[in-house]
Design a protein around this ligand. Structure first.
Ligand SMILES: Nc1ncnc2c1ncn2[C@@H]1O[C@H](COP(=O)(O)OP(=O)(O)OP(=O)(O)O)[C@@H](O)[C@H]1O
Ligand SMILES: [Mg+2]
Length: 331
C-alpha cells in the first residue's frame, strides 16, 4: 500500500497505480507507471498505438499480473484482493462482446445473469443511461457501431459501479458517435461516477476529460489538467486575408511577439489578455476581417514532442500544415 503520497490535492483518489510495470520478454510494455485518478472525474489516458494503454488497463482490472508494482482501487490492492476490489468497477476493453441476434436488453440480461443476476430495473436504468431505452428491444445486429459501443458501456454500468474503465470506447466511431459517447461519459461523471478512459486522440479527450495522463513507450510523459496541457501555448489560429500584413500588425504589439504564420497561411498569434474576442477587435480595428478565430490546439504528436523534448524548442513551437484542422469555428 502506498498511503503517504496523495498525488491529487483535488480530492480522493479512487484508482492508483504505483510503479506499475509489465515486461513481455525484452519489451517493457508498461514501465514504472504511477497514476492517481481522482474520484468523480473523467480521466483521460492518452498515448499512441502501442504505448501500453490496454496493458495498463488489463493490469488495473486484474486480468494480467504486473511484473512489478501494483494497482489500488478504493485503497484495496487489486492483485491481493481481486474480486472484492473489482466488484465496484465496470469495464469495457476495446469492442464489447455482443450477441447480434439478441436484443440490447437481452444482451444486458445475459451479462447480468452471468454476474449473478440483475434486476429489470437495473437493466432499464443502464439502457436509460446510454440513451438506448427505446431501441432496447431491437436486435443488436441492427445497431450502429456507436449504439453497440454504448451498449458496451451499459454492460459496464450494469452493477452500478463507482469506477468505469473504458479502453478506447470511441474507436471507430464517426463524429456524431463520438459526441454521443463524450456526452455520455460527462453525464456519468456528473452523476458521481469516475471514468477512466483511454484514447489515442487528444482532441477528443480534451473535450471530455478534466485530467489526462499521457504515456509513450510505457512511460508517463505527463499527468496534468487538460487546461494546463493545452493552455501552454496560448495561441489562436486566425483565418483571414492579407495574413502577412496581419502578422506584422500583431508582432508590433506587446502581446504579439510570438505571432507567426502557419504553413497553411493562417495567422498564429497570442491574443491581447489571452482573449480571442479582444484579438478579433484588434484585427478589425487594424482593418482586417478575420473569417475564423479559434484557440490553437496541438496535435497529440506535437504535445509529445514538446513534452518529451524530442525536438528543439523551435520545432516544439512550430506549426504544421494541419493546423487548419483546429477545432472550433469563428467567434
Ligand atoms: N501479450 C503480449 N505479448 C507480448 N507483447 C505484448 C502483449 N500485449 C501487448 N504487448 C506489447 O506491449 C506494448 C503495449 O501494447 P498495448 O496493447 O498495451 O498498447 P496500446 O497503448 O493499448 O496500443 P493501441 O492504441 O494500439 O491499443 C506493445 O508493444 C505490444 O506489442
Ligand atoms: Mg490498446
Amino acid at each position: 500500500m502506498v498511503n503517504g503520497s496523495m498525488a491529487s490535492p483535488a480530492g480522493e483518489v479512487i484508482l492508483r497505480t504505483h510503479d506499475l510495470t509489465k515486461r513481455y520478454g525484452e519489451r517493457l510494455a508498461v514501465d514504472g507507471l504511477s497514476l492517481s485518478v481522482p474520484r468523480g472525474e473523467v480521466f483521460g489516458f492518452l498515448g499512441p498505438n502501442g504505448a501500453g494503454k490496454t496493458t495498463t488497463i488489463r493490469m488495473c482490472l486484474g486480468l494480467i499480473r504486473p511484473t512489478s508494482g501494483g494497482v489500488e482501487i478504493n485503497g484495496g490492492d487489486v492483485s491481493r484482493k481481486g474480486g472484492r476490489v473489482l466488484a465496484r468497477v465496470g469495464a469495457l476493453i476495446e469492442q464489447p462482446a455482443l450477441y447480434p441476434y439478441l436484443s440490447g436488453r437481452d444482451n444486458l440480461r445475459v451479462i447480468g445473469d452471468a454476474q449473478g443476476g440483475v434486476s429489470e430495473a437495473r437493466v432499464d436504468k443502464a439502457l436509460d443511461l446510454v440513451a438506448l431505452r427505446e431501441r432496447g428491444g431491437d436486435r443488436v445486429k441492427t445497431y450502429s457501431l456507436g449504439m453497440k459501443q454504448r451498449l458496451g458501456v451499459a454492460m459496464a454500468l450494469l452493477q452500478d459501479p463507482d469506477l468505469l474503465v473504458l479502453d478506447e470506447p470511441t474507436n471507430g466511431l464517426d463524429p456524431a458517435g463520438m459526441v454521443e459517447m463524450r456526452d455520455l461519459l460527462r453525464r456519468l461523471a456528473a452523476q458521481g461516477k469516475t471514468v477512466f478512459v483511454s484514447s489515442h486522440a487528444l482532441d477528443e479527450v480534451r473535450q471530455m476529460c478534466s485530467r489526462v495522463a499521457i504515456i509513450n513507450h510505457g512511460r508517463l510523459v505527463t499527468e496534468s489538467s487538460v487546461a494546463d496541457l493545452t493552455r501552454g501555448q496560448g495561441l489562436f489560429v486566425v483565418t483571414l486575408d492579407r495574413a502577412a500584413e496581419a502578422l506584422a500588425a500583431a508582432r508590433a504589439q506587446p502581446w504579439g511577439a510570438r505571432a507567426r504564420l502557419t504553413d497553411a497561411g493562417q495567422l498564429l498569434t497570442p491574443a491581447p489578455d489571452d482573449d480571442g474576442a479582444a484579438l478579433n477587435r484588434f484585427l478589425a480595428q487594424a482593418g482586417f476581417a478575420p473569417r475564423a478565430i479559434a484557440p490553437y490546439e496541438e496535435r497529440l504528436e506535437d504535445v509529445f514532442l514538446r513534452l518529451t523534448d524530442a525536438a528543439p524548442t523551435e520545432r516544439a513551437n512550430g506549426v504544421r500544415a494541419d493546423v487548419n484542422n483546429v477545432k472550433g469555428g469563428a467567434r
